[in-house]
Design a protein around this ligand. Structure first.
Ligand code: GLN
Ligand code: ZN
Length: 763
């Protein structure tokens, strides 16, 4: 008896981002639907063949998507809102839901469905929208086509389906509609039953039903929904065997729901939650097959195969080989495709990594060794060598850094004086008007800026010319801000492509890949830097640019940094120590930069933490511990300065009502937040909470090219002044301006400065 190897999902985008290119060319009407489908189909084929030749027994289908698997599931069950139903063409309708459709000629103008983060990942899914009296109808076109496509290639697959309860829990009720998504469960289940019957008719052996919501804290209502749904699916008269897939955390109490449900298989994530293995082994149904996710589907490190093997062995000892499947912890969607595509990484570092292709080999090796006590073979040997090398390497362990994190004191986490005293000194120093105006940092990264950077990177522009170009851009930006009449200026961030990459490139402990792309949403990909070692700041990272900008003006210039939590959150982070420890190392590097900026004469320093909220753990019970170290890291980073130096911070996607005490605990002198899209509703919470420090509620939405009217902005300020003292309010846009063009930015900022003037007169 051998243990099977499986894969829950393959990255879709292609090693060279083929899908991205095909999609964008199709959207730009430069290529046909057939051409897009051709690329998609060759990617699926390539991925199936890769999994087959890696020796994977359970190969997925329907894991591929032209945009998003949650949207695919919504389409599959017929949850297509009325406003899209008139669009005849299937593909057009699908993309209209994904990204909106504007076709003036045809008189169509529909916005996209909402998009939000998939659990605690950086992948964004499309939020299905349910109408009142929503009728569901099975549309298995895509799923069946992919099943048959694989069969034609001689590959028998295990189709992946997003489960009914997770689908509903991730959906929203259309605005104006009553009730909650779970109200639709009864109407939805027959569609799944039909689908299972169709798969049985086609002699499909197994399906994978993804129910990641089983790792969340569930309401009584949601638990009840699981009780009903899993029993109904298992009770379907004709169906394949069902593997219920959970990932990103532990099942905890929800395990009993799965056991009672009576499906044939369960997948658990033993990378994020290895401690759940005993409970799962003890609580599993008497015949249930267990898929053990022991290879990290969320990170890029080579697996500690001996440790993973230990987990597999425990499962085999308890259940017998026939009831164990080895798998990655979750879909490989969240990791890049193939390490072999990296030509520039040094051999040592490369030896520490594994992308999707390498992870499949690891899964296969673990399955093959599942019944031997002492696994041998090349891949195990290599893993041992790499791991011990990584553990001992001076690149991952720097005694000076470790001594410094160990010596962090409470005093280092506190500004010298309380906010009220600092505010008095800062007021005296800056002499700003009431409702001071500022921006979030970046100004338009025009084609010129990107072109110059590309030319410089390609060696076609000299270093000196590039520096001169950036200086000219910065100078122009400072002049414009002065002319606009802004009170606190920024340098514009022209020298940065990305707010994490810029710092990663200047810190030791970071590496960059050439092709390490992962899908963020639709055709959008990100290439997170790899944080592999102890973090050292060899020299100041931003001081020169800030000093240059300050030299051009008498008004206060803000230094501009990214905070430790955001740098951590948007990187692939080392897994050989707690994230909190890594975060503290980054915090100390940023602290040094903050102190250097102050010494360089920069009076105000903004430390952006847009990712602080998305770092929240999935289970509420884990929030406090995370918030503690996240807040501490920010405070360590920002507390090294004098009372007269002002610390600002910025956060976007600000859903903070449940963590306001932690936001206040950051103790930034000024908090600049996104609020305009919620029409300042967020500020009501701040008011009720009596948020103690200064706040700059964004008065206009930078995500749209629309230039807001001055009166609109005045109105928003008036609302803000109703809930917070006007002396503590700032005036600023919602976020950085780098994606906008100069004309709209100038238009909006003229209006914003004018709005501040009018509001000063009225309030
Ligand atoms: N300072 C950054 C900018 O203006 C902040 C970006 C962000 O919030 N994501 O671009
Ligand atoms: Zn922002």
């Amino acid at each position: 008896m051998t243990v099977f190897a499986s894969c829950l999902g393959h990255p879709r985008i292609g090693v060279a981002r083929e899908l991205k290119k095909a999609l964008e060319s199709f959207w730009a009407k430069k290529s046909s639907a057939e051409a897009l489908e051709g690329v998609a189909s060759s990617l699926r084929r390539r991925h199936w063949e890769a999994m087959k030749s890696a020796g994977i027994d359970f190969v997925p289908s329907n894991d591929f998507s032209l945009y998003d698997h949650v949207l695919d599931a919504a389409v599959m069950v017929g949850a297509v809102p009325a406003r899209y139903r008139g669009i005849e063409d299937r593909l057009m309708r699908y993309f209209a839901m994904a990204r909106g459709l504007q076709d003036r000629g045809a008189g169509v103008d529909v916005p996209a469905l909402e998009m939000t983060k998939w659990f605690d990942t950086n992948y964004h899914y499309i939020v299905p929208e349910l109408e009142e009296g929503q009728a569901f109808q099975l549309d298995a076109t895509k799923l069946l086509a992919e099943l048959e496509e694989a069969r034609a290639l001689g590959v028998e697959t295990r189709p992946v389906i997003l489960g009914p309860v997770t689908l509903l829990l991730l959906s929203k009720v259309a605005s104006g509609g009553k009730g909650e998504p779970l109200d639709h469960l009864e109407a939805l289940l027959p569609v799944y039953e039909q689908l299972l019957a169709q798969l049985a008719e086609r002699h499909v052996g197994w399906v994978q039903i993804d129910e990641p919501c089983l790792v969340l804290d569930l309401s009584a209502r949601a638990r009840q929904a699981y009780e009903v749904a899993l029993k109904r699916l298992a009770g379907s008269v004709r169906r394949p065997k069902i593997l219920v897939a959970t990932y990103f955390g532990a099942l905890g109490d929800n395990l009993s729901l799965v056991r009672e449900g009576g499906c044939e298989g369960l997948h658990v994530d033993l990378v994020r939650a290895p401690e759940q293995l005993d409970a799962v082994l003890a609580g599993l149904g008497a015949e249930t097959v267990l898929s053990v996710g022991v290879v990290d589907g969320r990170n890029i490190w080579r697996t500690d195969l001996d440790a993973a093997h230990g987990l597999v062995l425990r499962a085999v000892a308890r259940l017998g080989a026939a009831r164990v499947i080895v798998a990655p912890s979750c879909s490989l969607l969240h990791v890049p495709v193939d390490l072999a595509a990296e030509k520039k990484l040094d051999a040592e570092l490369k030896g520490w990594l594994a992308f999707a292709a390498q992870k499949l080999d690891e899964v296969r090796a673990l399955a093959g060794a599942a019944e031997s006590e002492q696994p041998s073979g090349v891949i195990f040997e290599e893993a041992r060598v790499a791991l011990s090398g990584r553990r001992a390497s001076p690149r991952t362990r720097n005694p000076a850094v470790r001594a410094r994190t160990a010596a962090v004191t409470e005093v280092m986490k506190r500004r010298a004086a309380p906010f009220a005293d600092r505010a008095t000194k800062q007021r005296a120093r800056f002499q700003l008007p009431a409702l001071p105006t500022t921006t979030i940092g970046s100004f338009p990264q025009t084609g010129d800026v990107r072109g110059a950077r590309a030319a410089w990177r390609a060696g076609k522009m000299s270093e000196a010319d590039y520096q001169e170009f950036l200086q000219a851009e910065t100078r122009r930006c400072v002049e414009k801000q002065e002319a606009l009449g802004l009170d606190v200026l920024v340098h514009g961030e022209f020298e940065r492509t990305d707010m994490v990459e810029y710092f990663g490139e200047r810190l030791e402990g970071y590496a960059f890949t050439e092709n390490g792309w992962v899908q963020s949403y639709g055709s959008r990909c990100v290439k997170p830097p790899v944080l592999f070692g102890d973090v050292v700041r060899p020299e100041a990272m931003t001081v020169e640019w800030s000093r240059y900008a300050q030299s051009l003006t008498k008004r206060p210039m803000k230094g501009m940094l990214t905070g430790p939590v955001t740098i951590l959150q948007w990187s692939f982070v080392r897994d050989d120590q707690p994230r909190s420890e890594t975060c503290l190392q980054i915090a100390l590097a940023i602290r040094d930069e903050v102190v250097d900026l102050e010494a360089g004469g920069i009076p105000i320093i903004q430390v952006d933490e847009p990712a602080i909220r998305e770092g929240l753990p999935l289970r509420r019970g884990d929030w406090a511990a995370y918030l503690q170290w996240a807040v501490d890291a920010f405070r360590v980073a920002t507390s090294g300065v004098r009372d007269e130096t002002q610390i600002q911070t910025h956060m976007c996607y600000s859903e903070f009502s449940d963590i306001l005490d932690s936001i206040a605990a950051l103790d930034a002198d000024v908090l600049l937040i996104e609020t305009s899209r919620s029409r300042m509703e967020l500020l009501v919470d701040f008011g009720q909470f009596r948020y103690p420090n200064d706040v700059g509620p964004g008065v206009y939405d930078i995500h749209s090219p629309r230039v807001p009217s001055t009166e609109e902005m005045v109105e928003l300020l008036e609302r803000a002044a109703q809930v917070l003292p006007v002396e503590r309010l700032w005036v600023n846009p919602d976020c950085g301006l780098k994606t906008r063009g100069w004309p709209e930015v100038e238009g909006a900022l003229v209006g914003m400065v004018e709005a501040a003037k009018r509001a000063r007169a009225r309030l």
